[in-house]
Design a protein around this ligand. Structure first.
Ligand code: SAM
Length: 385
């Protein structure tokens, strides 16, 4: 990638990336010269101490590489808290947030739940990044003691859970396989290394389950796309532990038909470095985020196979409007322009079809919840999955 921000990188950051490149090259060498893209993405993002999420990069926010909805506006988390509060009440349960980023969503959700008097006994966070977990601790210890004392970090899924499980922009950061469909067959796109760079290398897919999944999708060749297995497996695992409650996943993506649409024949892989989006996952490994869109049909299927019910699926805009984001905005008087205008601009980003409103979706998969959830009252699109 031709990127002016490259010049701003300090020697430590470049050395960090070089160490990760060396680690990946060693793994490629010891794997007969080839690793699947899923493994490359796993190492680039999560190699202990060196991966993008495991290492020291700022990641979220203005000084980082990308901005998520909770970073963009407190309105987002405060609106989402309404749905979380309902689930906590209906299940008499707790909250479990996976991948809590800077901790901003946890902070706002706890404050909002406190306002409504529906506080869970525990707000659990499962975070794979030690650096982000520390950032979360620093932020959340400033909450009033009655809220801070409810927050606990866990390092694996509990054996059983009741309540609301929330994953906001987590699944897009999980490793995916890359698959090519061509006249000559289905191949897995992986990574090899030349003298001084990583290079793409397509091989016959010999993983039978992967091949079967790719055959079933069967988009018109030539076609390149991602196939996600880690995200659906995580949903299945959540389905296995959820006694009563709802798993809410919010992320960018579509149902299968749209994901593997004939016109989307270059896939959805995207990288973020200093607020620039591009499509080169080999650029500065360890210093940039690598993501792909989420296939919500695959999530629904995995959750339902694990015994969960599909409770709802809709766009972020519908979900937030159903939950009363506009009403929350009116709590700030329009006459107070200094406070109101930034909120209005944030709401526009969250809701506009040209921004996050339609690309981002919300899916709810639950067990033992016999009431419709408010977030899906109008505009439920479950039939599209
Ligand atoms: C793109 S960030 C989103 C952070 C936050 N949810 C937000 O919306 O601002 C992805 C987060 O997921 C975490 N993560 C990635 N894989 C995870 C996993 N398997 N379990 C828990 N957290 C994970 C990352 O460390 C990071 O905190």
């Amino acid at each position: 990638m031709n990127c002016p921000a490259f010049a701003e990188l300090d020697a430590d950051a470049l050395a960090h990336s070089r160490r990760l490149v060396e680690l990946i090259r060693r793994e490629i060498a010891s794997s007969q010269g080839w690793i699947g893209f899923d493994r490359f993405m796993q190492l680039a993002l999560y190699a202990p101490g060196l991966g993008y999420y495991s290492g020291g990069a700022t990641k979220l926010g203005a000084g980082g590489d990308f901005v998520t909805a909770p970073e963009l506006s407190p309105l987002y988390s405060r609106t989402l808290a309404r749905q979380i509060g309902d689930v906590v009440l209906l299940s008499a349960g707790d909250v479990l947030e996976l991948g809590a980023g800077s901790g901003r969503m946890a902070e706002e959700v706890l404050l909002a739940l406190d306002d409504t008097g529906v506080l869970p006994a525990r707000y659990l966070i499962l975070e794979v990044s030690g650096q982000l977990a520390e950032r979360q601790r620093q932020r959340l210890r400033n909450l009033p003691e009655r809220l801070a004392s409810r927050v606990a970090w866990i390092d694996r899924l509990p054996d059983a859970f009741r309540g609301a499980v929330v994953l906001n922009e987590v699944l897009d950061a999980l490793p995916v396989h890359l698959i090519t469909w061509s006249e000559s067959g289905i191949r897995e796109r992986g990574v090899a290394s030349s003298a001084d760079a990583f290079v793409w290398d397509d091989r016959t897919a010999n993983d039978h389950k992967l091949l079967a999944a790719a055959r079933r999708l069967n988009p018109p060749a030539p076609y390149l796309s991602e196939l996600a297995r880690v995200g659906p497996a995580l949903l299945a695992a959540l389905g296995g532990i959820l006694e009563c409650g709802v798993v809410l996943v919010i992320d960018y993506g579509f149902g299968e038909r749209e994901y593997y649409h004939p016109q989307r024949n270059r896939g959805t892989l995207m990288c973020h470095f200093r607020h620039r989006a591009h499509d080169d996952p080999f650029f500065l490994p360890g210093l940039q985020d690598i993501t792909s869109h989420v296939d919500f049909t695959a999530l629904a299927r995995a959750g339902m196979q694990a015994g969960l019910d599909l409770v709802g699926y809709t766009t972020q805009a519908n979900f937030l409007v159903n939950l009363g984001i506009t009403e929350l905005m009116t709590l700030t008087p329009a006459q107070d322009a200094g406070a109101y205008l930034p909120l209005a601009a944030q709401a526009q980003k969250l809701l506009s079809p040209a921004e996050m409103g339609e690309l981002f979706k919300v899916i709810a998969l639950g067990r033992g919840i016999d009431r419709a959830l408010a977030g899906f009252r109008a505009g439920d699109m479950s039939r599209l999955l």
